[in-house]
Design a protein around this ligand. Structure first.
Ligand SMILES: Cc1cc2nc3c(=O)[nH]c(=O)nc-3n(C[C@H](O)[C@H](O)[C@H](O)COP(=O)(O)O)c2cc1C
Length: 397
């Protein structure tokens, strides 16, 4: 008879309903970016939860071919995670039922943070939590439709500094059965400007006690992720722009959190820190493109899509204007190989020049809202019909 030692499993560092994560890190949903190709690439470097691009509930219910393609995961992607956007409780619930009954996801996130004027003007995105009754109904119905699949809510602080919604909305979501709340600590009026206000994450964490609070905004390094948790007390971090052109950030985040939990020494973590040479960057850009070819099933479309990532990948590296311009118009993998071969792959990591802010920035914007939107915190039946347009032409958060 042999005696086997019991397998002792470390408790998860973050639990979202039944999903246990080894590191408290979430890839932020980013429209046009976090497709299965980019998620797979990020996952190869780290651990955590990797959320899909936003899927509009109506398009899912209508099963448009593009949406059915967007919701696909690769078998290596586990747990699977899909973000839904919508303004109508019944349509959102129907979309959630499709995802759950057809076993298409393990987690549903809901987007209530979009600041884009054409969306808020109709009462969608970051404008919606102002109508607390509608917001609560959406969360309740999606939670009910999703059954065992955990549903989380992602929001901004509010419409502007005079119309903050996050604390009340988070309480409503907690009461409606959400499994976690993620806060992008900016208002819609802030858009992507300035610094995210991490003190709002602290306040949210003080307000919500029964489910995890995830902080989001301006995490550019592993240390930033740990600092956000230490400063705000939040239970996990959501990372968006910081990983654009830097999927290895998820390796740095994993290492930084393992130092925090005592699993790694700071010296060990330092040896794991990503310091990609220009050759490593070239290989990763190539791999990203290959994964996009698999995702789109179309080399031309993949090459067109990778162009927007080129400047992020090469940020801080001494790659000349001509190479950047050529990659920004690349039309085939063979052409990409030729351009990449012209680079000096032995050039080392440039350090801070390759780090820091990237992606959307810009200045504050006066949020556009439907007429009389701010006059009451509820939205009666007739007003809801006008909301439907807020789901059209949506481009992310
Ligand atoms: C290109 C882009 C697309 C985005 N699309 C979405 C989206 O579809 N859903 C969403 O909830 N947030 C979206 N966001 C917002 C991010 O998820 C995140 O909240 C925001 O970028 C702040 O985090 P960061 O400072 O780590 O980038 C998007 C952001 C960017 C830059």
């Amino acid at each position: 008879m042999s005696i086997t030692a019991p397998v002792v499993q470390a408790p998860p560092k973050l639990s979202i309903g039944p999903i246990g994560l080894d590191v408290p890190v979430v890839l932020a949903p980013m429209a046009g970016i976090t497709n299965t190709a980019f998620r797979r690439l990020c996952r190869e470097f780290g651990a955590g939860l990797y959320v899909s691009e936003m899927i509009t509930s109506r398009a899912l219910v209508e099963r448009t071919p593009e949406t059915m393609r967007l919701i696909q995961h690769h078998p290596s992607e586990t747990p699977r995670s899909i973000q839904l956007y919508g303004v109508d409780p019944a349509t959102m619930a129907a979309a959630a039922r499709i995802l759950v009954e057809e076993d298409r996801t393990d987690h549903i996130d809901m987007n209530f943070g979009c600041p884009v004027p054409k969306v808020t003007r109709k009462g969608g995105g970051a404008a919606l939590p102002w109508k607390l009754d509608l917001f609560r109904e959406i969360v309740e119905q999606v939670v009910e439709a999703a059954g065992p699949v955990p549903v989380t809510v992602k929001m901004r602080k509010g419409i502007d500094s005079d119309h903050l919604t996050y604390l009340e909305a988070a309480k409503a979501a907690e009461g409606a059965g959400a499994a976690a709340i993620a806060l992008h600590a900016r208002t819609a009026a802030d858009f992507y400007s300035g610094q995210a206000d991490w003190s709002a994450i602290t306040r949210l964490k003080e307000t919500i006690s029964s489910i995890p609070v995830l902080g989001n905004g301006d995490i550019w390094s592993g240390e930033d992720g740990v600092r956000m948790m230490d400063e705000t007390g939040c239970d996990g971090v959501v990372v968006g722009r910081g990983c654009l052109g830097r999927p290895w950030l998820f390796g740095d985040l994993s290492a930084a959190f393992r130092v925090r939990s005592g699993e790694l020494s700071a010296a060990e973590a330092e040896t794991l820190r990503a310091a990609p040479s220009l050759g490593d960057v070239a290989k990763t850009l190539r791999r990203h493109t290959e994964l996009l070819v698999e995702f789109f099933g179309d080399e031309d479309r993949a090459c067109r899509d990778i162009r927007k990532h080129v400047a992020w990948y090469l940020k801080g590296y001494p790659a000349g204007h001509e190479v950047r311009a050529a990659l920004s118009t690349v039309t085939s993998l063979a052409a990409m190989d030729e351009i990449l071969a012209s680079l000096d792959w032995s050039l080392p990591y440039p350090g801070v020049d390759a780090e820091g802010p990237r992606g959307r920035a810009g200045s504050p914007k006066n949020p556009s809202l439907p007429e009389h939107w701010l006059e009451s915190r509820t939205l009666a039946g007739a007003g809801r019909a006008d909301l439907a347009d807020a789901e059209l032409s949506h481009s992310g958060g």
